[in-house]
Design a protein around this ligand. Structure first.
Ligand code: DP6
Length: 318
């Protein structure tokens, strides 16, 4: 039996967003963030040591050339874990979400890879340490080590040893996420490049770190108290504020499509009619609805009237 490591991790959606790095090499964020993981959507990875040669990277059953961006980034991350005994790896990774569709498959990808490394090398590290390692691959991956809600601490130290995520303990069966798919094509500007341009050129960004940390506190508290209204309102405001900084970047970064705005209007209309539903958006055109399980029919019907399908996910379903 040849040795191998297995890892699987869910995608996560930030309720209070990470946008901007204070250290590009260590992947340290300018602000903390908080997320919810989506069970059933994510990445499964099988990792095997190779005695010689280059990494072999297989994504959804297809071997990638070494010059493909995805493979290059993965190999760069694996550089941290090579040794004389294990100079290269075979990585077989399967995503149950479309790559780069704004559903953060890089987050579940690096979290699953770190779990596979832990399994292969028998480290048995605590989740918070694995979170710190996943952060090197992709910032938001630090949050995908956990089911349910996770809080990624900004940290203060220059070496980043205090910048990792941990679980926020709140079992909330009514909490529901709705996925509104506008477009699942590869995004035009990736988050790594996008946030860098924002930090460098956006005047509005100056107010972001303070707002983001304040929203993070409010949302974490609302999660503990299961105060849905406060959580939803703050998360939607936080996402729109992040997108305002993207739009005010030069050259401008606009992830929205006409269908994204149409979907926002359906959400606002539902709220006017008394249904408590909110949305958040990441570096892509798709909306993620923040809602309660009891409102699934109302939300499904309102979107169906516009010919749009919503997929519901209950992160705390038994
Ligand atoms: C808008 O984690 O993808 O989804 O650290 O450079 O890999 P890198 O960026 P990434 O950025 C995520 C940005 C976001 C907000 C969030 O998930 O918090």
């Amino acid at each position: 039996n040849s040795p191998q490591g297995l890892g699987s991790a869910p995608v996560n959606i930030a309720l209070s967003k990470y946008w901007g790095k204070r250290d590009k090499v260590l992947n340290l964020p300018i602000n903390g963030s908080v997320s919810i993981s989506l069970p059933g959507l994510g990445t499964e990875t099988v990792l095997k040591p190779l005695q010689t040669g280059q990494d072999k990277i297989v994504l959804n059953g297809e071997q990638l050339g070494a010059d493909v961006t995805f493979a290059k980034r993965l190999s760069l991350f694996l550089d941290y874990f090579r040794s004389d005994a294990c100079p290269a790896f075979t990585v077989e990774t399967v995503n149950s979400v479309p790559t780069a569709a704004g559903l953060a498959s890089s987050a579940s990808g690096y979290a699953a890879l770190v779990l596979a490394l832990d399994d292969l090398f028998g480290w048995q590290l605590p989740k918070t340490d694995l979170s710190l390692l996943a952060r090197f691959g992709s910032g938001s991956a630090s949050r995908s080590l956990f089911d349910g809600f996770a809080l990624w601490h900004r940290g203060e130290q220059e070496d980043g040893m205090d910048s990792f995520a941990e679980a926020l303990d709140s079992h909330w069966p009514e909490f529901c996420i709705g996925l509104v798919k506008v477009d699942t094509k590869e995004k035009a500007v990736g988050s790594t490049v996008g946030m860098q341009q924002t930090v460098e050129t956006c005047d509005l960004y100056k107010s972001w770190p303070e707002q983001a940390e304040r929203n993070l506190q409010t949302i974490s508290q609302a999660i503990i108290e299961q105060n849905f209204g406060t959580l939803g309102k703050t998360a939607e405001h936080n996402a729109l504020s992040m997108h305002a900084t993207m739009i005010a970047t030069w050259p401008p970064i606009v992830y929205w499509q006409p269908e994204s705005v149409a979907a926002m209007q359906i959400v606002w209309q539902l709220r006017e009619q008394g249904t408590e539903v909110y949305f958040t958006m990441d570096a892509g055109p798709n909306l993620k609805l923040i809602m309660q399980a009891k409102d699934q029919d109302k939300v499904r019907n309102a979107f169906a009237e516009h010919g749009t399908q919503v997929d519901f996910i209950l992160p705390f379903a038994e």
